[in-house]
Design a binder for this molecule. Structure first.
Ligand code: SF4
Length: 321
């Protein structure tokens, strides 16, 4: 007999970041940060390789108090440690597609938040415009700077391409939070809109180098997308229409745009809460161990990926140096 889960899902309003723009004015920047240790990324790591999860979420670096900078956005004063996961922002160095994707994301988040403000009869100008949003993001992540121009071009071309789109903006980068048998599960969704057919759709922005059929089919069984379906259906019920990839192709030669439905996977959606609980159980079962003792995947499919070696390949091989 299959187990049923009735999820209670709460939508948490996006708390904007306040930033100073060129003329000294304070403007709001949509917070498009990750959903942290309660999100799908953490579950996926625990299922893929418990040691990889531990390196990302349990490994900590001691911080020498004298070295702290009052402007440091990381909570080192309170914790005394910086989780390595928060340091991963610097990993964008040498990964131009990742930097470009993050900047395009920041631009689109503010574009749609401004559109939402206008639709609600509020002032859109309280919010940084998309180009300002990209620039402010580069100020916080100077390692993204080489991709700024390309990202600004992509977002401008995107807005021009979809200038006639008619959707009601419902949620921009808001966190959908569920309780699954006492376990909190959260996902920050790029955008939720009501389209002209009256249905509610999740749009997930993806900056890609090239759009092809594999770009779309790889997401059918991605937990990130299965989770979106489960959470948004819990809030909107029969009004929920599905998940679209909002593809932005940008490769230095030009731009292309497409919106494609992600194929449904009802069986995976049904058992998704169990998948989350299993990932949490994996984490709990090793929580007393030191990071270097967590089990390793040791798989040529996992330690070597399509993008090259896992970041921790040498550490897993030789131990902590
Ligand atoms: S190298 Fe392999 S075993 Fe080590 S963390 Fe990466 S995926 Fe896990």
């Amino acid at each position: 007999m299959s187990k049923k889960f009735d999820l209670r899902v709460e939508v948490c309003q996006n708390v904007p970041l306040l930033r100073t723009v060129g003329d000294g004015m304070s403007k709001k920047l949509v917070d498009a940060g990750s959903s942290g240790e309660f999100g799908w990324h953490a579950c996926e790591l625990a299922l893929r390789c418990p040691r990889l999860y531990a390196y990302k979420y349990r490994d900590v670096v001691e911080v020498v108090p004298e070295a702290e900078d009052a402007s440091d956005p990381l909570p080192t004063l309170k914790l005394g440690f910086k989780p390595r996961q928060l340091e991963s922002q610097s990993k964008a160095v040498g990964k131009p597609a990742l930097s470009r994707g993050s900047l395009i994301h920041a631009g689109l988040a503010n574009h749609y938040r401004r559109l939402q403000a206008t639709q609600r009869g509020e002032s859109a100008d309280e919010w940084a415009d998309p180009v300002e949003a990209i620039r402010l993001t580069v100020e916080e992540h100077p390692e993204y700077a080489p991709q700024e121009e390309e990202a600004v071009g992509a977002v401008r071309a995107y807005i021009a391409n979809w200038i006639r789109e008619q959707v009601e903006v419902l949620h921009v980068e808001e966190v959908f939070a569920a309780e699954i048998e006492g376990e909190r599960y959260t996902q920050r969704l790029d955008l939720v809109v009501r389209e002209r057919d009256g249905k509610v759709y999740v749009w997930d922005h993806k900056g890609v180098g090239r759009i092809d059929s594999k770009t779309i089919s790889r997401y059918t069984l991605s937990g990130q997308f299965i989770g979106m379906r489960r959470l948004v259906h819990a809030v909107y019920g029969e009004e929920f229409g599905g998940v679209r990839l909002n593809l932005i192709e940008s490769n230095g030669k030009g731009y292309a745009f497409q919106r494609c439905m992600v194929d449904p996977a009802p069986s995976a959606v049904r058992t998704f809460p169990l998948t989350v609980l299993h990932a949490r159980a994996v984490v709990k079962s090793y929580s007393d161990l030191s990071v270097e003792e967590w089990p390793q995947a040791l798989s040529e499919q996992t330690c070597m990926t399509a993008y090259g070696r896992c970041d921790y390949f040498e550490r897993c091989r030789w131990g902590k140096q």
